[in-house]
Design a protein around this ligand. Structure first.
Ligand SMILES: [Zn+2]
Length: 273
């Protein structure tokens, strides 16, 4: 059933009585007046979600070193910002109710171990976490998309979403990717943070890292992690980053995910393109 259809909202009269003033508003054809539809899972009450089957957007990030100039939660910030804009656009463009879940802020970051602050839960545990998260959420959500902000999480996402889809759950995932982006804490990520969270970028600490292509660095990284190829923890050049570039790269990330969600044709590992 279409979760935005009037038939789903049999209890909305009572919901509106108790609804807080935050969240998105949309016209419900059953009542010809504006009703409150929550936009964030964490802000919602269970009662607001009764008799709804919202679609859920789940940011998946990491807590890992991002050089001397970016915070440990950089990937989580990017995934969350992309998810927020995505859900707002999808709510505006479709009849479905899209909710953003609180982010999963830890991922598979083994390649960044050796740098203080990095906390990695590894691929196996992350995959299990994603599976159990979706099994539980899909008891009330109509479908679920993980929005991934960290490349190291991809193996876990593939494994988890393949299983979830095999089990009959309508789950999928997309990545916050940009074309020609450098690998880590360089031009691309620093630009995006200057756009979405300028206050957390330590501008005076920006220093170029190892700018060799990832394919060249990979053999050494597989043996010794990022530390083996960059003592700074930077792969790329953050000194060229600008907020304007960040706006462009961020829009590319959102557009790519939005296109994939609208097409909703997950590949054999659940990825949306
Ligand atoms: Zn990152």
């Amino acid at each position: 059933m279409n979760p935005g259809s009037a038939a789903d909202h049999t209890d909305l009269k009572s919901i509106t009585t108790h609804a807080p003033t935050f969240g998105a508003y949309q016209v419900n054809s059953a009542y010809h007046r504006r009703v409150a539809i929550p936009s964030e899972l964490g802000d919602s009450t269970s009662r607001q979600l009764q008799n709804m089957s919202p679609a859920l957007v789940v940011p998946v990030g990491s807590t890992e070193q991002h050089g001397p100039h970016l915070p440990l939660d950089t990937d989580t910030r990017i995934a969350t910002a992309v998810a927020d804009v995505l859900a707002a656009r999808l709510r505006a463009d479709s009849e479905s109710d899209w909710l953003v879940a609180p982010a999963i802020g830890y991922g598979a970051s083994g390649e960044h171990e050796g740098f203080a602050g990095t906390v990695s839960i590894g691929t196996s545990v992350l995959a299990e976490l994603l599976v159990e998260f979706a099994r539980s959420a899909c008891q009330w959500a109509s479908r679920l998309v993980f929005v991934n902000g960290h490349g190291g999480n991809v193996a876990a996402l593939r494994r988890a979403v393949t299983l979830l889809r095999y089990e009959g759950r309508d789950a999928a995932w997309c990545s916050c990717n940009a074309s020609n982006a450098d690998a880590h804490a360089g031009h691309a990520e620093t630009s995006v943070l200057l756009h979405i969270s300028p206050g957390v970028v330590r501008q005076d600490q920006r220093t170029p890292g190892n700018r060799a292509p990832l394919s060249e660095l990979m053999p050494e990284m597989l043996r010794g992690g990022v530390a083996a190829v960059s003592s700074l923890g930077v792969l790329g050049d953050p000194t060229t980053a600008t907020a304007e570039e960040g706006r462009r790269i961020f829009a590319e990330m959102v557009d790519a995910c939005q296109g994939g969600i609208i097409r909703w044709a997950p590949d054999h590992e659940g990825m949306l393109r």
